[in-house]
Write a protein that binds this ligand. Structure first.
Ligand code: AMP
Length: 589
């Protein structure tokens, strides 16, 4: 496929306002591409070069791109800066300048998708001294040979501003339509994606070998599994009941989730959002080699600091100090991490995902036997709510977050929040003190005393997994410092899109729509019903439509973006409904 053709499709994706149409356009792209191109097209559409766990960044800053556009268009850098300021979008700036460039006709090329992807890869792997100039040269050559329409997307791609609005779920559905003729295989594709976290790879296997091959994909070393997530319930009675009368109850540790892959002396560690973090955790990587009895293993646990004198685990804020890229060696001595292991997914060639929890737990305990820095989570097995409650209280008194109950018979359910794991934290036992992770879908200008700011508040949404849509739940106008507002403005003004993104469902129109990609943590006093918001919107008995909203919402923490969460990791609509119901139950008591 020519890149110009892909750019035409991307333009259509940008213009479309319905998710279903997006799927049709993407399915057309896949149908019209060569099988060898599918993988690259998927990565491009996601705005990346490879799956997140490979950590391949473009290494292209806006300034570098401006220089490349200037060279390509035969203009001064100042003109590019001016155009960028004018349009607020590097893609449109490049499109305009390339169309005005006198060099263009001389250099016109017909790039294939693979050529463009290949150059972008080269740009990404170019590092070290002189790499900046080399990157500028490669980008400039690419842009100089392109049409204005191609330049628009070429310029946006390496700075992460493609803004096509296609999430994992949309891409999977389009793959299903393109290669199996209906949406029905989406669930199977999703299962396969959950065990390898690589959409490009799934697309390639599907297009080349068909759905039966996708069905039989197995867990493999150094391809991280999308983590299992826990549901929540507020009381011990409800947990035992939901678990069918008997379950395991593990302590819940508040640190960093680590998925460890080990094969001989090679170890890689992945975070909850599947980025590789081995370099940040050399002590844990070493312990995995020296302390684990098994040759080939994938297991999971929570890494956290410990007060060596008392044997108590440290609170999250203290463990967090280890999350750094520099000065790690000194910090390791000061704050060594322990890994509390709680699951195992693969052992010496055997995929354990379908094994029941109890069998996996035995294998896990055996694998970490005798280890010092890696220990299995503490747990009990019980049929009694009272015993669960006591275990919970002792855990909380010991400085832990709470407990996670586990269904003894359940397989490892990758990438999903299911009742096979149920968490109970102290905070659920009262008012709504748990926080929500919400996706920013728009923002407002400053009003009243804030008119001097170009930012006055956010429009935020929860993620409805079934619909693959972002549904609004709150406007947030309080809790911002001046520095915050400035920072939000700078970040969000670069993510503005001209119309409501196709996957956003909203009755409110903000001053600016933004591409749903940033997640923030929000606290509120209560979840209420409101006709203004689309989150979980349904008709009530009187025929009035109402969704869920937040009372007194405010931004928490240092008030900034949760880089560890993708928009699809935001609190889901079904979680909001559960929290709303739990809140009612607690307040009735
Ligand atoms: P939350 O982040 O509140 O949704 O809780 C789920 C997280 O708890 C998981 O992602 C793990 O990182 C963490 N966790 C701590 N201890 C355990 C445990 N024993 N079993 C499972 N997850 C645990």
């Amino acid at each position: 496929m020519l890149f110009s053709e892909l750019a035409r499709y991307y333009q259509k994706l940008e213009d479309v306002s319905s998710r279903l149409k997006m799927i049709d356009i993407m399915a057309d792209i896949f149908k019209n591409a060569d099988k060898d191109e599918i993988k690259s097209i998927i990565y491009m559409t996601e705005g990346v070069l490879a799956p997140a766990f490979e950590g391949l960044d473009f290494g292209v800053a806006e300034k570098l791109l401006e220089e490349a556009i200037a060279v390509a268009a035969g203009m001064d850098k100042g003109e590019v800066e001016k155009a960028y300021k004018k349009y607020g979008d590097m893609g449109i700036a490049a499109q305009e300048l390339i169309s005005q460039s006198k060099l263009r006709r001389m250099n016109a090329k017909k790039y294939s998708v693979l050529e463009v992807y290949g150059v972008m890869n080269k740009i990404a792997v170019t590092s070290g001294s002189g790499s900046k100039d080399a990157k500028i040269k490669m980008l400039a050559e690419l842009l100089a040979g392109s049409s204005p329409e191609e330049a628009k997307f070429m310029a946006r791609y390496p700075i992460g501003q493609l803004r096509l609005g296609a999430g994992d779920s949309t891409i999977l559905e389009a793959l299903s339509v393109a290669f199996t003729g209906s949406r029905e295989s989406k669930a199977e594709l999703e299962n396969a994606y959950n065990i390898c976290s690589d959409l490009g790879y799934i697309g390639e296997v599907l297009s080349k070998k068909g759905i039966s091959e996708v069905r039989s994909l197995k867990v493999s070393l150094f391809k991280p599994i999308r983590p299992a997530l826990a549901e929540r319930l507020p009381t011990a009675e409800e947990i035992i009941k939901k678990m069918g009368g008997k379950c395991a109850v593990e302590q819940k540790y508040d640190g960093f989730r680590c998925q460890v892959h080990k094969s001989g002396k090679k170890v890689k560690i992945y975070s909850r959002n599947l980025e590789e973090t081995t370099d940040m955790l050399p002590d844990i990587a070493k312990a995995a080699i020296t302390e684990i009895n098994e040759e080939h293993i994938i297991f999971e646990g929570e890494a956290l600091g410990m007060n060596e004198a008392t044997g108590e685990f440290l609170p999250f804020q203290e463990t967090m100090q280890r999350k750094r890229k520099h000065g790690i060696t000194e910090k390791i001595e000061e704050l060594p991490l322990h890994l509390v292991a709680f699951d195992i997914m693969y052992l010496n060639g055997k995929d354990l995902m379908k094994e029941p929890y109890e069998a996996r737990r035995n294998l896990l305990e055996n694998a970490v036997k005798g280890a010092k820095m890696i220990t299995p989570s503490k747990r009990i097995i019980t049929t009694e709510p009272k015993e669960l409650e006591e275990f919970f209280e002792t855990s909380v008194e010991g400085g832990l977050e709470g407990i996670v109950a586990k269904d003894l018979k359940a397989p490892y359910i990758a990438g999903a929040r299911k009742f096979s794991w149920i968490k109970m934290k102290r905070s659920y036992k009262g008012e709504l003190s748990d926080t929500l992770d919400l996706v920013i879908v728009g923002y407002f200008l400053g009003r009243g005393s804030r008119t001097e700011f170009k930012f006055g508040g956010l429009l935020c949404a929860a993620y409805n997994k079934k619909r693959d849509m972002f549904e609004t739940i709150s406007k947030i106008g309080t809790g911002f410092t001046e520095a915050n507002m400035q920072a939000f403005y700078e970040l969000l003004s670069k993510a503005v899109v001209k119309q409501k993104p196709a996957r956003v469902d909203s009755l409110i129109t903000p001053d600016f729509w933004v591409e749903p990609k940033y997640v923030i943590t929000v606290k509120a006093d209560e979840i209420t019903k409101s006709p203004m918001h689309t989150c979980g919107m349904q008709e009530d008995r009187s025929g009035e439509k109402a969704g869920y909203a937040l009372r007194f919402p405010r931004i928490v923490g240092d008030g900034f973006i949760r880089r560890d969460k993708s928009p699809e990791d935001a609190t889901s609509t079904s979680e909001i409904i559960e929290m709303f119901n739990d809140q009612k139950r607690v307040s009735v008591k």
